[in-house]
Design a protein around this ligand. Structure first.
Ligand SMILES: Nc1nc2c(c(=O)[nH]1)N[C@H]1C(S)=C(S)[C@@H](COP(=O)(O)OP(=O)(O)OC[C@H]3O[C@@H](n4cnc5c(=O)[nH]c(N)nc54)[C@H](O)[C@@H]3O)O[C@H]1N2
Ligand SMILES: Nc1nc2c(c(=O)[nH]1)N[C@H]1C(S)=C(S)[C@@H](COP(=O)(O)OP(=O)(O)OC[C@H]3O[C@@H](n4cnc5c(=O)[nH]c(N)nc54)[C@H](O)[C@@H]3O)O[C@H]1N2
Ligand code: SF4
Ligand SMILES: [Mo]
Length: 755
């Protein structure tokens, strides 16, 4: 941290410059944050950041506004009648202990559900300590935003490569050809693809003579940058991709080359593709057969090419099959695990595929338990978020009576949010760790305010495993939390102690306990050539507590770690602290077969669950298309449901509008600026109309995360820019059965003019 004299305000107080990785999205940009006392003076892109080189987006700039937002919670709240009253931390925990223990005592552990929201993946403390809470609670009812997002990709990656986060990442800085489906990184800034300033990276691709082809039912911002864009009927990407696989096989273009000997099931895949000739699938997906064939040939001929698919291809009926086909094509064209293709990053800390025995592992197993009401299988220890409401509403042994939410807003973020909202109102007890009273937390009995994002340390565990370059960055908190209040990891440890029946115990002792467990496991799996004795490690980490102690342990026993002295110049947390702009660990390198963790030590290209689902895909070939379906979209100045309380992000034109194609508008009698009434099986919303040919006929689009007109929320700016909740239209009955992931795109709707 550098001290300089500021120009603004109280000249007696120096300004301070801190560097922090932005925790808001997967791009993980480096921020330069200028503060004076407890005030944020400026937030800029950090020019020296090893990954983002100064890039920043409007949300990153607004991070200071999150910190100062008067509606952001500072004190614990306890339900009092229809509202909330402030209580002390001690009172809040006493209430939780009394009520949670009562529910567990009376109905058993499964009667308490947990829902983990998206920010839990972005904060060091939340990431490390929610696991402790979940384990201590011992309930099968664990839910997260993963099943309204990327679970299909994790399931297919788990089956193919042996671990949920062994996900191939498009090496966009070195490729010559990108076929992109269901992603809009110019707006989202990338997902399962940490690559800040994607616009510059895609422009560089085209400048070096490369090609970007985008497949999307909308002409998105990313599609506008593309060499070529094709509309696709929502939910039909698996057909389109199978058409490509068919062509590669039929025209003898498949060249798995080096990976052939490390792959099981190649013949099986070729056999399956026979039924999906471009001439057959074109009627379903709406992309001409000639285009499908040409794209297959281009992918095969390109020296370095990659298929990349994301959110829009996961949140559909065949999400897992689609995710699998992406990797199938990358493998068949020889682009898996080679520079310029789809590659596996090597995370420095906590990466399952970078520690333990190289090249082989336990693989994955799904369905070890099932949801109670509809018998849906767990994936990676989670049940589908779409099941949450029915588990609360349906009486019987194991009914959910209490809920813990950690940084999540499932009322606005999961299908049929209106039903979930009613179910939450019927719970006996609910506790939320959150920073706002919003559509979800308004139902809580106790709300524990998490610290401000600027009071959080940062280390992006997941995203170092999903980035276009290998990198590490650690940022300490910019501000210390107010004295007397617990940090998020301490809150989670206290909740864990209560859930585990230990009462409100000594946090330091619990922290030691968690550390000892992690120590034993880390030393067992350590990849550093020779890690020291346990006592040496303990002594070396004696000065650290909480998340930093765990992080230092994982870094030092990780693939680049110093092994506590075993490897000179290896990574340590102290080394990261001395490198506030991060450390670049180089371009991605081929990692197969070493990164595999399947029992066979091979890529399982034709896993049984997926093969089984292809039969369902085939059976659906003949199904007629719906006449009008709803999809979503993201907006640059919005972040899921929770940043609408910041004036600078919601100023200007309303962003929660419905896009409709001129021909549909004409047919439905809708004019630009008018209000439409949109109805699905689950609900009705009214929303302003935007007529545009940027969306394909037969499809309408409404962004998610809006609908702040619900009573009792304490987000004044958001309430004044309420918008409509697209998830009141999304149907909790529609899922990708393999992963349990919600279908958020391709929802049948009817539309009429309001009034
Ligand atoms: N129809 C439709 N639905 C979607 C999507 C879509 O595209 N279309 N997208 C889906 C996706 S990809 C996702 S990830 C999910 C997101 O689903 P959720 O994670 O459930 O929803 P968010 O809006 O991200 O809610 C984040 C919550 O965390 C709180 N919060 C923010 N920062 C902090 C913090 O620092 N500490 C604490 N303690 N709390 C914090 C916010 O107040 C808010 O309550 O939504 C999904 N839902
Ligand atoms: N500004 C902003 N940035 C964000 C977020 C945000 O809310 N706002 N959320 C963050 C989160 S949690 C995530 S997970 C990422 C997601 O980031 P991305 O994966 O890039 O997802 P989206 O931006 O939603 O883009 C999905 C695209 O899929 C298209 N689509 C819909 N249905 C289909 C289909 O059936 N087939 C095909 N081929 N395309 C389809 C949509 O039109 C849309 O353009 O964004 C992150 N970044
Ligand atoms: S792109 Fe994402 S990480 Fe970068 S500043 Fe914006 S919100 Fe933050
Ligand atoms: Mo997400």
């Amino acid at each position: 941290m550098v001290d300089v004299w500021g120009k603004r305000g109280d000249m007696s107080e120096p300004t301070r410059t801190s560097y922090k990785t932005c925790p808001l999205c997967e791009a993980n940009c480096g921020l330069e944050i200028v503060t004076r006392g407890r005030e944020v003076v400026a937030v800029r892109g950090d020019e020296q950041d090893v990954l983002s080189h100064g890039f920043i987006c409007p949300k990153g700039t607004a991070l200071g506004d999150v910190d100062t937002d008067p509606d952001r919670l500072r004190d614990p709240l306890l339900r009092q009648g229809d509202g909330f009253g402030n209580v002390t931390w001690a009172e809040a925990f006493a209430q939780i202990e009394e009520q949670l223990s009562r529910v567990i005592g009376r109905y058993g552990r499964d009667s308490v559900a947990v829902y983990l929201g998206n920010p839990s993946a972005h904060h060091l403390s939340l990431g490390l300590y929610t696991r402790v809470l979940v384990r201590a609670l011992g309930s099968h009812n664990v839910y997260s935003a993963s099943t309204v997002d990327q679970m299909p990709k994790q399931v297919s990656s788990g089956l193919l490569f042996g671990a949920a986060l062994t996900i191939p990442i498009p090496d966009i800085d070195r490729t010559g050809y990108v076929l992109m489906l269901g992603a809009d990184p110019l707006v989202s800034n990338g997902s399962l693809l940490t690559a800040p300033d994607i616009k510059a990276r895609l422009r560089a691709l085209r400048a070096r003579g490369g090609k970007l082809v985008v497949i999307d039912p909308r002409r998105s911002r990313t599609a506008e940058e593309a060499s070529e864009h094709h509309f696709i009927r929502p939910g039909t990407d698996a057909y389109f991709l199978f058409g490509i696989v068919h062509t590669l096989v039929a025209e003898n273009l498949a060249r798995p080359s080096r990976l052939a000997e490390h792959t099981n099931g190649l013949d099986r895949v070729a056999e399956l593709a026979k039924d999906f000739a471009p001439e057959v699938v074109t009627a379903v997906c709406g992309i001409p057969a000639s285009v499908i064939r040409r794209l297959a040939r281009e992918l095969a001929a390109a020296e370095r090419a990659v298929v990349y698919a994301r959110f829009g291809t996961c949140t559909q009926e065949f999400g897992t099959v689609t995710s699998w086909l992406v990797d199938v094509i990358n493998l068949l064209t020889g682009n898996l695990d080679r520079p310029g293709g789809a590659m596996f990053p090597k995370g420095a800390a906590g990466a399952g595929n970078a520690v333990g025995t190289p090249g082989r592992g336990r693989g994955v197993r799904f369905g070890r338990f099932h949801s109670r009401v509809r018998r849906r299988p767990e994936c990676f220890g989670e049940l589908p978020a779409v099941s949450l409401a029915e588990e609360m509403e349906t009486p019987g042994e194991g009914q959910v009576r209490a809920l813990i939410t950690i940084a999540g807003n499932p009322v606005l973020s999961t299908p049929n949010g209106a039903r979930l909202s009613r179910a939450l109102a019927s719970l006996e007890f609910m506790v939320s760790l959150d920073i706002y009273v919003n559509e979800t937390t308004r139902h809580a009995t106790v709300i524990l305010p998490g610290v401000s994002p600027l009071e959080q340390p940062h280390y992006p565990f997941a995203f170092t495993q999903l980035a276009v370059r290998n990198f590490v960055k650690y940022s300490p908190a910019v501000f210390s939390p107010d004295p007397g209040r617990p940090a998020d990891w301490e809150i989670l440890l206290r909740l864990a102690a209560i859930a585990g029946g230990q009462g409100v115990s000594d946090v330091a002792a619990l922290d030691d306990f968690v550390f000892e467990q992690q120590l034993a496991s880390a030393l067992q799996k350590a990849s550093a050539s020779a890690v020291q004795e346990t006592d040496t490690v303990r002594a070396a980490l004696a000065g650290r507590r909480g998340p930093e102690r765990l992080l230092d342990l994982l870094l030092r026993t990780g693939p680049y770690g110093d092994g506590f002295g075993a490897r000179r110049d290896g990574l340590t947390l102290a080394g990261l602290e001395a490198s506030p702009h991060g450390i670049d660990l180089g371009p991605l390198e081929p990692r197969l077969p070493e990164a595999l963790r399947t029992p066979s030590g091979k890529i399982e290209l034709a896993p049984e669950p997926i093969i089984g689902d292809v039969a369902r895909l085939r059976a659906r070939l003949a199904r007629p298309a719906e006449s009008l379906v709803l999809i979503g979209r993201r907006e640059l100045r919005s972040n899921n449901s929770w940043m609408h309380n910041l004036p600078q992000l919601v100023s200007g034109r309303a962003r929660c509008t419905m896009h409709v194609h001129p021909t549909d508008a004409e047919r439905l009698g809708l004019r630009d600026g008018e209000t439409a009434v949109v109805t699905s099986r689950t609900g009705t919303v009214t929303v302003p109309v935007e007529v545009t040919d940027r969306i394909m006929p037969g499809v309408v689009s409404i962004p998610h995360g809006w609908g702040h007109d619900q009573p009792g929320i304490q987000m004044r700016v958001a309430a004044a820019h309420a918008g409509a909740c697209s998830n009141f239209l999304a149907d909790e009955e529609l899922i990708d059965p393999l992963s349990g992931n919600a279908v958020l795109n391709g929802i049948p709707v009817t539309v009429a003019r309001a009034g």
